[in-house]
Design a protein around this ligand. Structure first.
Ligand code: ADP
Ligand code: ZN
Length: 762
């Protein structure tokens, strides 16, 4: 019998089944007090169904990069040396080949079951050590991911083995060592593994390369790290810390074991300086530091600020080229500071001694595709596993972290005052009811004054494109995406309507397609429309747009940021990209074009997010020596929440919102899990959701809402239905789910997405 085929066929009654017995992990993994108490509670028992193991073949257990809920057994050929957990391997799987990771060794396979041998060993050393493997196992269980899926997510940085290049300096020696390999190096230049692979038999190919490298006969050709730099004004290194900074720094420096901190300080209060000094101290003791930031757009600025302070800084994000990736990967052991977006979390810095999560409240830390992990939460878990301090920083902390402060699980470090004391500007509220143009007279006047003073301004609008939608004033029709239940956004310059969810693009129609009238008008204002008004009414203003449409490449982003930093631009118009942690000392005016956007979404976090965004936006004003000015345009000038934005109210606002969540029993008090079923066929998705709901309804202690259509009912041609599970005790979810998911297959044509601690409720 072919073991693999058998296992694949009977996915839900596998011949070989592991029972993951997770005993008493009573709470959210982050709710561990100091130390590793909860790790010890995590007992993973692996039982074999077959009793007779006496004459078994020794094999390795591999998490294959696929979404099946099992691991698989393979024979480990002797010539690959000693098998170890954390080594990647190439194996045959189904009809093709895949990569996987050894998660357990040796394992015994019952007699009569035929296992295939591993085709190649991909690593000379385990790619993760025991602590990181354990960390990943906990992540896998928390997010109810398949083992191979979790590993694939984590090791995405190490993919692309075939692109690595090797150089043979001494061919004669290589001939002695491995004649076949030596022959493949036909000339003296470096060759990629991909090219070499075409000249050699696949079995054990990478292993041979690594053996030769370990014996000093091959050298990896490592690309030069990238030198693209952001041009910024000089920033002085502060000579002396403020008393509040000193207290914060001392606490972090003293922390040698796991210790979660929340560094809570308004914009400009000197958080970055605290991170830098804490990092210097850890590096001085031989450690390495990981800094996670929410957006790619923030990495250039971070780099320019800290490059001078450390001797070796690396950057990691999704837009790096293969070459840059290889450079970072090859330098992991030597780098002092690694700055990156959420995926940087998975790079195994061997001497990691502190993790910083800047702007920890930011929802970009939550992965939306594949395993829906939170990089912030996994960073805390990693720090716990490795036994190091983790510093979460924000001017507007998440309610999750605020709750941990209130319960004493995180330590609060406060920087209550800005470094440069200035009176907090009182926002000037402008009623825009009935106004035709996106920018009011008051806003234009403020822009003019700012320019005359030689200062800069930011205009914030959380919306790309020209206008959110096109509206037929005759029949009221609004063109929608044919694949999603969403309005199309008008991009006038390109003459297009676009779907911001799935990327669908079509030309702008001339007449309404429903009623045939020539009465289509833009609805609301996007960044493009503001540009148009400024060009018309304020031609001297030198401005640029900063949003995903305008800044497609890293180069362009660097150029816009550099021009603004060096005063070649007066004004930046932008979306969220603009507000996240950028430090522009010459900005004195911040204008919010429409403060009402985003509040009316059907999501209980809409208010929290809105408050965080607006407070961040306002924090951009007056960071230098000049006082700031704030103009907020709104359709609802009397709204209560307008009084809550700004740093001064942060603590009271957090307390109030947390109190409300407690009364309602919403997250972060209750733990929620959202399960989305999607399919091109609505009935099928609905049926799968109903079946699942019938089973989950029997779970004790868990409230089930749904199944119901998602707020975005259709996305990229797929109909979506959701089930929302709510666990007020936080004891059952998500651990009770895995066994159920393993039992209940997803019907063909339907996708099931599990989102633990969802932040996106749409
Ligand atoms: P945050 O990260 O909280 O927004 P930053 O660390 O960027 O704040 O600090 C804001 C500005 O104040 C920066 O220009 C920084 O160099 C400066 N700064 C920070 N700490 C001090 C200090 N102790 N003395 C003088 N200037 C400081
Ligand atoms: Zn769409």
């Amino acid at each position: 019998m072919d073991f693999h085929r058998q296992a694949l066929k009977n996915t839900f009654q596998p011949y070989w089944r592991y029972f993951y017995l997770v005993s008493a992990w009573p709470n959210y993994p982050l709710e561990m007090a100091k130390g590793n108490r909860f790790c010890q509670n995590l007992k993973v028992a692996r039982l074999h169904e077959e009793a007779s193991l006496s004459q078994a073949t020794p094999c390795v257990e591999i998490a294959v990069f696929c979404p099946l809920p099992h691991t698989f057994a393979y024979i480990w050929p002797k010539e690959f040396g000693k098998p170890e957990a954390g080594l990647r391997a190439i194996i045959s799987f189904g009809r093709g080949q895949r990569t996987g990771v050894i998660v357990n060794t040796p394992v015994n396979v019952p007699e009569g079951i035929e296992c295939k041998p591993v085709i190649d060993r991909l690593d000379h050393q385990p790619i993760y050590d025991a602590k990181r493997i354990h960390w990943l196992e906990r992540a896998e269980q928390y997010y109810t991911a398949a083992p191979g899926e979790m590993w694939e997510t984590a090791l995405a940085w190490a993919a692309g083995e075939e692109k690595r290049r090797w150089h043979c300096a001494d061919k004669d020696a290589l001939i002695q060592f491995d004649p076949g390999l030596a022959e493949a190096f036909s000339n003296r230049s470096a060759l990629s593994a991909g090219t070499l692979a075409k000249r050699l038999p696949p079995s054990g190919f990478h292993h041979r390369l690594h053996q030769a490298e370990a014996s000093g006969l091959l050298q990896e050709v490592v690309p030069e790290p990238d030198t693209e730099r952001l041009q910024m004004g000089e920033e002085r290194i502060p000579e002396q810390l403020t008393p509040a900074q000193t207290i914060a720094l001392t606490a972090i420096e003293k922390a040698e074991a796991f210790n979660p901190f929340l560094l809570f300080g308004c914009t400009g209060s000197g958080k970055t300086e605290v991170y830098i000094r804490a990092a210097l101290s850890k590096i001085g003791a031989g450690g390495q530091v990981l800094i996670l930031v929410p957006e790619i757009g923030l990495t250039p600025q971070w780099l320019s600020r800290i490059r001078k302070r450390f001797s070796s800084v690396a950057v990691w994000h999704s837009a790096l080229s293969d070459k840059q990736r290889r450079a970072v990967r090859a330098g992991l052991a030597d780098v002092e500071v690694l700055i990156g977006t959420r995926s940087a979390l998975f790079l195994p810095l061997p001497r990691l001694s502190m993790v910083v999560v800047d702007e920890e409240h930011d929802s970009s830390f939550k992965q939306q595709e594949g395993v829906a992990y939170s990089a912030r939460d996994l960073a805390v878990l990693l720090a716990q596993e490795v036994g190091i301090p983790v510093v979460l920083g924000s001017a507007t902390p998440s309610l999750e972290s605020w709750r941990h402060i209130k319960s004493g699980q995180y330590q609060l470090l406060s920087l209550p005052e800005p470094i440069v004391p200035h009176p907090s500007p009182v926002p000037h509220i402008v009623d825009i009811c009935g106004s035709e143009s996106p920018l009011s007279e008051s806003m234009l006047k403020a822009l003019q004054e700012t320019k005359q003073q030689g200062s800069q301004s930011l205009l914030y609008l959380n919306r790309r494109g020209y206008a959110p939608a096109l509206n037929c004033t005759a029949c009221g029709d609004v063109p929608e995406c044919p694949a999603c239940s969403l309005r199309l956004t008008l991009h006038r310059k390109r003459g297009q309507l676009r779907c911001h969810a799935c990327g669908f693009i079509r030309p702008v129609p001339h007449v309404c397609e429903q009623c045939g009238e020539d009465a289509l008008l833009p609805l609301g204002a996007g960044t493009e429309k503001i540009e148009e008004q400024l060009e018309r009414e304020f031609p001297e203003l030198r401005f640029a747009r900063l949003d995903r449409d305008a800044v497609r490449s890293e180069k362009k982003l660097l150029r816009v940021l550099s021009e603004f930093s060096t005063g070649k631009l007066d004004c930046l118009i932008g979306t969220q990209m603009l507000i996240k942690g950028h430090h522009f000392p010459k900005v004195t005016l911040v204008g919010v074009v429409n403060a009402d956007l985003g509040l009316s979404l059907p999501d209980f976090r809409a208010g929290e997010r809105w408050w965080q965004q607006l407070t961040q936006v306002l924090g951009r004003a007056g960071r230098g020596e000049d006082p700031g000015k704030i103009v907020i345009q709104t359709y609802d000038p009397k709204a209560l929440w307008l009084s809550k934005i700004g740093d001064r109210h942060a603590e009271a606002t957090l307390d109030e919102e947390l109190g409300r969540r407690q009364v309602l029993n919403y997250p972060p008090y209750a733990r929620w899990v959202r399960i989305i079923f999607s399919s091109g066929n609505a009935a099928r998705a609905n049926e799968a959701a109903s079946k699942m709901a019938d089973i989950l309804r029997q779970m004790p202690g868990v409230r089930l809402v749904g199944p119901m259509p998602c707020a975005i009912e259709r996305l990229a041609t797929r109909y979506r239905f959701e089930i929302l599970l709510q666990d007020e005790t936080r004891k059952h979810l998500p651990w009770a789910l895995s066994p159920i998911f393993k039992r209940l297959p997803v019907p063909p044509g339907v996708r099931r997405k599990i989102d633990v601690d969802p932040v996106d409720m749409m």
